[in-house]
Design a protein around this ligand. Structure first.
Ligand code: NA7
Length: 539
């Protein structure tokens, strides 16, 4: 079939359109080729990498250890690739994804610097029409949204923002050429992971750094360093074993943490402190799984929270500053951070902390920033203010399914997704690590691979069975969302204003988005397939 697009060009007919060339989009393209699908990837950036392409702020680093944060589909790559640090830096992960793209010759099917603007389903012939900001118009049987969970940058709409005379940056849209803050008065707004990673480095460069903190966060020292060659050798000797063990544990990572099955409350205070001390010294997010009940039992959680609070008071010399930095919420409820010298940065004479929970930011002025009780002169403002997580990137595209209903309408009270893979009313449209899947509460790369493989197997199944359409049923979707909520209610995750709930974006419906528990999720996905795609309607 041939039809003209607005530019007078022929409309390409494809099997599959993949939106995004991050870790998910690249692997989806690889799997599509295996199925001999005619595939096209559209990517807004000028290179592959997604999250790791955009987040180039100083200190950007993965908080999952590099031996676990990698693809497992290419066994040779898994053996050949040598990570240099315990936690890989953004440049190293980006180099890795670029290597994967070269190794599998992916770029020829990726159109860069092209943002998908709309995807409309035509019920007549069950095809999606996808349009881009470059005037492309293509039609495809399947659309896969590999748009990322943390890709839609959230910059609060402060009055006066556009009149600021200095420079502004968002950590998730960092300039490729880097930024030199030497001799500048810098303000960082936000103390989530991006703020916590970048603040120590900006502090070393800037003449003065003012941190504007709304909610203090817990952070465990990462204790990053060169990757021990012995660790690398040991993991590579049984990589599949580690991956298998990780599928058996709630976050899909940290399988080899000893003590993870036990209760914090069964240990004596001395034993517990010794145990926490060992995991604090070990470094990073494993602290949170050092006992099995930390995210389930408030009394257990308090023991870990108090330990972490004590550590902040030990590091930060000025007691008033320390008190401002000590969180009063459940540890782990907002994502725990892993840092290198974060709390130590507040001991520098050129760093000051401002509590904007007590005195909120009122406006950005041409000279700086005004809170309700003081004015700060600044040459540069860094927004470490996070993302419209999990739904932002999807809802920024005009997606219309059956009966012309838009995804924004269907999700007006929060995302509705079956298994995080499909939304009822949107046939043949898949989301990778969508709401309702473990996604951000798991090790992202294995979760991405599991979704990509599930989608590829599903397409193969449809073809083998002479079917052309698959769509989540409303009943299965409703049941699944109820289950996602039931599981969340058994934990302590709902108890704070986190981005898991959408609480960081004004006006966003507050719904707990990720599914907690990798093993149960994997079992469910497998069961659905074994039962002939139970909960999905096929035609
Ligand atoms: P986060 O974790 O969402 O952190 C954003 C920070 O910005 C957080 O401290 C917010 O305070 C703060 N923020 C957001 N809006 C405002 C306004 N209007 N005023 C003051 N402060 C504000 O994003 P990150 O980029 O750091 O990390 C995202 C994830 O990436 C991270 O969890 C890891 O998984 C990797 P709040 O807590 O909302 O009070």
């Amino acid at each position: 079939m041939s039809e003209a697009n607005p530019n007078g060009c022929e409309v390409r007919e494809l099997d599959i359109v993949i939106v995004g060339a991050g870790i998910a989009g690249c692997y989806m393209l690889y799997k599509s080729r295996e199925l001999r699908l005619e595939a096209q990837v559209f990517e807004a950036g000028d290179g592959v990498g997604g999250t790791w392409y955009w987040n180039r702020y100083p200190g950007a680093r993965c908080d999952i250890e590099s031996m676990e944060y990698s693809y497992q589909f290419d066994k040779e790559l898994q053996q050949e690739w040598e990570w240099t640090e315990r936690y890989a830096s953004q440049p190293e992960i980006l180099a890795y994804i670029n290597h994967v793209a070269d190794r599998h010759d992916l770029r020829k099917d990726i159109q860069f610097e092209t943002r998908v603007t709309s995807a409309h389903f035509d019920e007549g012939d069950a095809r999606w029409t996808v349009e881009t900001d470059r005037g492309d118009r293509v039609r495809a049987c399947f659309v896969v949204m590999a748009t990322g969970c943390l890709s839609s940058a959230n910059t609060p709409d402060f009055p006066g923002l556009h009149d600021f005379a200095g420079e502004t940056y968002h950590t998730g849209r960092w300039p490729h050429e880097g930024v030199d803050f030497t001799g500048k008065r810098v303000g960082v707004i936000g103390t989530g992971s991006s703020g916590i990673q970048s603040i120590p480095i900006i502090a070393k460069q800037a003449e003065h750094l003012t941190v504007f903190q709304r909610t203090p966060n817990y952070s465990v020292p990462a204790h990053n360093g060169p990757l021990d060659p012995e660790v690398q050798k040991r993991v590579k000797a049984d990589y599949d074993g580690l991956r298998d063990r990780n599928r058996e544990v709630p976050f899909g990572a940290f399988a080899d943490v000893e003590g993870a099955e036990e209760s914090a409350l069964e240990a004596s205070p001395e034993e517990r402190d010794g145990h926490y001390e060992r995991w604090w010294e070990n470094g990073g997010l494993t602290f949170l799984v050092s006992y099995g009940d930390l995210m389930f039992d408030p009394a257990a959680n308090i023991t870990a929270a108090e330990f972490a609070q004590r550590k902040i008071r030990e590091v930060v010399k000025d007691p008033a500053v320390a008190e401002l930095l000590v969180p009063d919420q459940t540890i782990g409820c907002k994502r725990l951070c892993a840092d290198t010298g974060y709390f130590e940065a507040y001991n520098r004479p050129n760093v000051s902390l401002v509590d904007v929970r007590k005195a909120p930011i009122q406006e950005i002025t041409p000279e700086g920033l005004l809170t309700s009780d003081a004015e700060f002169e600044l040459d540069a403002i860094v927004f470490a203010t996070g993302f419209d997580a999990m739904t932002g990137a999807l809802l920024s595209i005009d997606i219309r399914g059956r009966d012309g209903v838009s995804l924004a309408e269907a999700w007006s009270e929060g995302p509705r997704c079956y298994l995080g893979l499909q939304s009822a009313g949107f046939p043949n449209l898949f989301t990778i690590t969508g709401p309702g899947s473990p996604s951000v509460l798991s090790n992202m790369i294995p979760s991405i691979e599991q979704h990509v493989e599930w989608i590829a197997d599903c397409i193969a199944y449809l073809r083998a069975n002479g079917k052309s359409q698959i769509e989540a049923t409303v009943e299965a979707q409703n049941d699944w969302i109820d289950h996602v909520n039931e599981v969340a209610d058994m934990t302590l995750y709902r108890g704070c204003n986190s981005w898991y709930l959408g609480a960081n974006v004004p006006g966003k419906p507050q719904v707990f988005m990720p599914y907690i528990g990798v093993p149960a999720y994997l079992a469910k996905c497998n069961e659905v397939v074994a039962n002939g795609y139970e909960g999905f309607a096929t035609r």
